[in-house]
Ligand binder design. Structure first.
Ligand code: ADP
Ligand code: MG
Length: 707
């Protein structure tokens, strides 16, 4: 066999074949999930120590950062008065000795045993006549030589030392070198994208000559990770397009024109653009599969209605699916109002007929339900709005043409699939997914990579931006209640959002009740307060919401049940208690409940005193732009959380970062389209296909395993 080694080959060789891995070390490796040579080679260094910057202890200058390679002479731990620990270490390198202190890192005592070789990076200062480093960066590199030394994630528990891993990796690379490692990216593409070969990349990420070389290696290997994800997504997208027949809708008909003419406002440029993008899909031969991202209040409902009307125009039906009953009910009200007076052109003797919009949730029962179901089946209901009840067994549509799904993140893939199967005979309905939780473009390409993406990036005119204030502690909190009282005196209304309690709805309700009682007797005494939470019966909820809508209540004290969709333009203040318990996206959603009318609005974020600041709350105060906040969120949380919402099997990203590697994500997506469009089943890309089959599961990417 002289073929270069494929990843599958590397995955077939156990780590027991590596020099120096005995039974004990083998068990340790297994414990941290390293079973094969592939696992070992993709255990990448956490850091690289650049020894070209190395200094001798005798050359250290006070106040300057430096790297020293030293051995440990002695270690002592003591407790200080404030219960903090201090570990004192003496190190030396033959040219001199150095004192090192670690505050509050008690585990250093065990880590830094006498005689151990360590690399320390830090600033030496004069202390009591000698030089001392405080809390330096410590890397255990053993007696590894070379100018750049890789530092691996080591495991104290499994007793794996970074230099052991380095040695095994070196042996593995040596064993691979006669045959080389297969490269799925053709030379010409590599040259165009400025990527080094894969074999060289594995070599250089583990044993770079220079830091620049390590960077090139990282770029190449990160590209591979991203390209695999993108190729799978693009294949899936193209497959869906090939395999399903779509209704070719007629766009630009009379119905949508009537809708626009009846609106009391002009469409924003963004709405026009997005509607055009959608209409192009609707008219096309493939079913639409599009994500619409638009900040709270950007006017997504109108876009959704326009898409559904296009279906109705051609004699089909539209469906809008919301995540909760409250939201579905609200949508029905909004859509009916928007379509008030718009009639369906009948082109026959009977003239136009009124448009029929119906609600279907589990709360619609009895005769009413039978009536709606019959209307869906015979086509007399034009637009159905509901919850997942719309896709239940027994719901039949005459001809479902366009499906709009509101708030994607609460909807599973299976539910989407079920709706698609409600289509006319063999045609698949066009699907538009809407989300008010924008995620950055590159992340969207990865998480929703099998969807096309449209963005409503413009707010309707005439909004006064919401002013957000941070009440940091009880004193500041008084300012929030003062704002509420002032606004209510002006005839406005307010929301108070109660602390989020993750573990238990019961506790959350209790705390909401407590907040309500406290405010009613104290800060907001004399105002008309209502309480809304998840444990109220539907009828009670409805009656509270109704009173608030009709301004019979001044203040609505609520849990996060009001998170999405509640629309009361007269509400101009929101006070969010324990705001630091919420995530950025959720705070932004909540805040979007105010600022919906012509009056200026304020949002108060209340936290306990936080002397160290609070980056999330600060971000909300600084910006009202959902996309900007999404970037901050990604920055603060890392991509882990975003990737978790993606289907399994896609979190193969060990090196690539959706944050740092934006340019690479786009390149990888371009490359994937290029490859798949030229070779849809990857028949001419056997190495790549084999890697996808190896690294993705058949459950998630079933199509990879056909043929
Ligand atoms: P979203 O669902 O994106 O949060 P909505 O569709 O509920 O936003 O729209 C928010 C508000 O903006 C609604 O009151 C709607 O009537 C209004 N609106 C939508 N489009 C426009 C526009 N082009 N000009 C003025 N107001 C608009
Ligand atoms: Mg909406």
């Amino acid at each position: 066999m002289t073929e270069p080694l494929a990843l599958r080959d590397l995955d077939a060789i156990g780590v027991d074949r590596i020099k120096g891995v005995g039974d004990k070390k083998l068990a340790s490796l297994h414990e941290v999930g390293i079973h094969t040579v592939l696992d070992l080679l993709t255990t990448y260094p956490r850091r690289w120590v650049d020894r070209t910057n190395e200094a001798r202890v005798s050359d250290l200058l006070p106040g300057q950062e430096a790297l020293v390679l030293v051995s440990v002479r002695s270690v002592a731990k003591r407790m200080m008065r404030n219960r903090r620990t201090m570990v004192n270490v003496v190190v030396g390198d033959g040219s001199g000795r150095l004192q090192v202190v670690f505050f509050n890192q008690p585990w250093r005592e065990k880590q830094l045993r006498e005689g151990l070789q360590v690399a320390l990076f830090g600033k030496a200062e004069v202390y009591r006549g000698g030089l001392q480093m405080t809390n330096p960066v410590v890397d255990l590199i053993g007696d590894r030589t070379g100018r750049i030394v890789p530092v691996y994630p080591q495991s104290e528990k499994a007793a794996l030392m970074t230099w052991e891993i380095a040695g095994w990796v070196e042996d593995a690379l040596r064993k691979c070198s006669p045959r080389g490692i297969a490269d799925p990216v053709p030379e010409s593409t590599r040259r165009r994208f400025g990527l080094i070969g894969r074999g060289a990349a594995f070599q250089s990420i583990h044993n770079p000559e220079t830091i620049a070389e390590k960077e090139q290696a990282r770029r190449r290997l990160a590209f591979d990770e991203l390209m695999r994800v993108q190729t799978a997504l693009v294949m899936r997208k193209r497959l869906l397009e090939r395999e399903s027949k779509a209704i070719r809708h007629t766009t630009g008909g009379e119905l949508t024109a009537r809708l626009y003419a009846a609106l009391p406002y002009e469409l924003t440029a963004a709405q026009r653009r997005v509607i055009a993008e959608i209409e192009k899909d609707l008219a096309g031969p493939h079913p639409m599969h599009r994500l619409l991202q638009g900040d709270v209040g950007s006017g997504k409902t109108l876009v959704a209605v326009s898409a559904m009307l296009t279906a109705v125009q051609g004699g089909h039906q539209g469906a809008l699916m919301a995540p909760t009953e409250v939201l579905a009910e609200q949508h029905v009200a909004a859509v009916r109002q928007m379509l008030h007076g718009v009639t369906v052109p009948a082109h026959n003797l009977f003239g136009d007929r009124p448009l029929r919009v119906e609600l279907l949730t589990n709360r619609v029962t009895g005769n009413e339900r039978r009536d709606v179901l019959a209307g869906l089946a015979d086509g007399s209901v034009d637009i159905a709005i509901g919850t997942h009840a719309l896709i239940q067994e027994g719901v039949r549509f005459h001809s479902l043409g366009v499906v709009v799904i509101d708030e994607q993140h609460r909807f599973g893939v299976e539910q989407r699939a079920a709706l698609r199967s409600k289509g006319d005979d063999d045609a698949v309905p066009d699907v538009l997914v809407m989300t008010a939780t924008p995620i950055p473009r590159t992340a969207a390409m990865t998480v929703y990579g099998d969807l096309d993406v449209s963005v409503l990036d413009e707010m309707p005119p005439g909004r006064t931006p919401i002013v957000t204030k941070w009440a940091d502690g009880p004193l500041m909190e008084q300012g929030a209640w003062a704002t509420v009282r002032e606004e209510v005196a002006e005839g406005r209304q307010a929301y108070v959002v109660c602390p989020l309690i993750d573990e238990s709805e019961k506790l959350e309700v209790a705390s909401a009740q407590e907040t309500f009682d406290r405010l009613a007797a104290g800060e907001l005494k004399g105002l008309r307060l209502g309480l809304l939470h998840g444990r109220l019966r539907s009828a009670e909820k409805e009656s509270v919401m109704d009173k608030f809508r009709r301004a019979q209540l001044d203040v609505l004290v609520a849990t996060t049940v009001i998170e999405v969709g509640v629309d009361v333009p007269n509400a101009t203040v929101m006070v969010i208690l324990d705001a630091d318990r919420f995530g950025i996206a959720q705070l932004h959603q909540l805040r979007g409940r105010v600022g919906r009318g012509r009056h200026a609005s304020t949002c108060w974020l209340v936290t306990t005193e936080s002397p160290d600041g609070n980056p999330r709350v600060e971000a909300l105060v600084a910006s009202t732009d959902g996309f900007e906040l999404a970037e901050v969120d990604l920055e603060l949380r890392g991509e882990g959380t975003i990737m978790n919402t993606a289907q399994k099997g896609r979190n193969d990203l060990k090196l690539a970062s959706l944050r740092r590697d934006r340019e690479l994500v786009s390149l990888a997506r371009d490359a994937a389209f290029e490859i798949v469009d030229a070779d849809p089943l990857l028949e001419n890309h056997p190495v790549l296909l084999d890697e996808l089959r190896l690294l993705f599961s058949s459950e998630d990417e079933e199509f990879l395993f056909k043929s």
